[in-house]
Write a protein that binds this ligand. Sequence first.
Ligand code: GLU
Length: 455
Amino acid sequence: MTTVTRFAPSPTGRLHVGNIRTALHNWMLARKAGGRFLLRIDDTDAERSREDYVDAIREDLAWLGLEPDGEERQSARLAIYEAAFERLRVAGRVYPAYETAQELDLKRKIQLGRGLPPVYDRAALDLTDRQRAEKEAEGITPHWRFRLDHTAPIAWDDGVRGKQKFDPAQLSDPVVRRADGSWLYMLPSAVDDIEMGVTHVLRGEDHVSNTAVQIQIFAALHTAGMAGADAAANLQHPAFAHEALLVGKEGKLSKRLGSLGCDAFRERGIEPEALIALLARLGTSLPVEPIADRAALIASFDLGTFGRAPARFDEADLERVNAAIVHQLPYERIADRLPAGMDEAGWHAIRPNLETLAQAGDWWRLVTGPIEPGEFSAEDRAFLAEAAQALEWSEDPWQALTARLKASTGRKGKPLFLPLRLALTGMGHGPDMGELLPLIGEAEARARLERAARG
Ligand code: GLU
């Protein structure tokens, strides 16, 4: 059976590092199995969903290189949910409830006050037809709850958390439909997972209790005769795995999530490959390494390595991985993002000095000039005058120049190299001079040495 995973964001905001990680892991799970990775836009909440967020989600996935194999939108599938709902209604698995939000809130407070878990008391199930008719005559339209089967214990073997067990009596019958007819997340998601043949649901551990409820929704949908691609494999529900949440260095990440999206990363010069390399392994027992080769990351992907403790996202780690990734980027991949005139040799000379690709321009100015050579002592000026004369163009002009000067002046180490570097680049540190000097060129190099010698 083909592995099918899905990433199911609600387009009510931009993707953040937590969503990106979930998307990545679903993508990797599908790629490793040679399966399909779907993007499902969870936009049943018409008020909060926005089209520009849908576009942004697609753009972010494209920037990350996590192209989906298919895209579905819940807002285009309302008739399917209606049909599924109707089946559940006929089967007696959904029921109308009339409590207002305030009433429910009060019930919860009373339960908590008595030290009881705030589980919905199912008062709506006890209403007679007449009582219901009265409510509706008063103009109260019901919302709808899914009736959990208290006699069917819930259990699954979670891909990350291992054996999970829930007593349905300890859970509230979830509201699946609002009074205005709109859908909450719980039912459409299960319907889609069945219909789209989703084999693996991998999401954050904040969904564990939703899974418990959805396992019964899946079962009820099957019993009510709704079976998708997975029926052939006799699957009651997809395999579930819940990954531990991401936390920041100092604890919660939620406050900062707004600043941890693709746009912000891109602006800070973070390469998608760095984000991928870090997030692929963060929270797993595998070491985070600057692996730019996705096939290698995919090959090592294994839910069995995922830990249950919250994964710590540290931006300093991301920057470190990013620098190491930049040092590996091949010229053809980034040629169009480099400063004008910078060729492959230029890229190779400058690459090891970068933390971000954007810094390439600063270093490239050492080649194109003009540079500010700084001030030298009389002794160094004489040395540089000699250098200007000794400069001779060859395969390796830096090697030739420093060898000649070493022999003629007796200088070595820093007194030999530093004045030359300063005169030629205006900087006390930087790219390898052996690679840089040929890029500066003979005439310009001689002019720079002469200028520094004049002081
Ligand atoms: N739209 C849901 C969310 O963003 C999807 C959860 C799921 O993967 O089922 O939390």
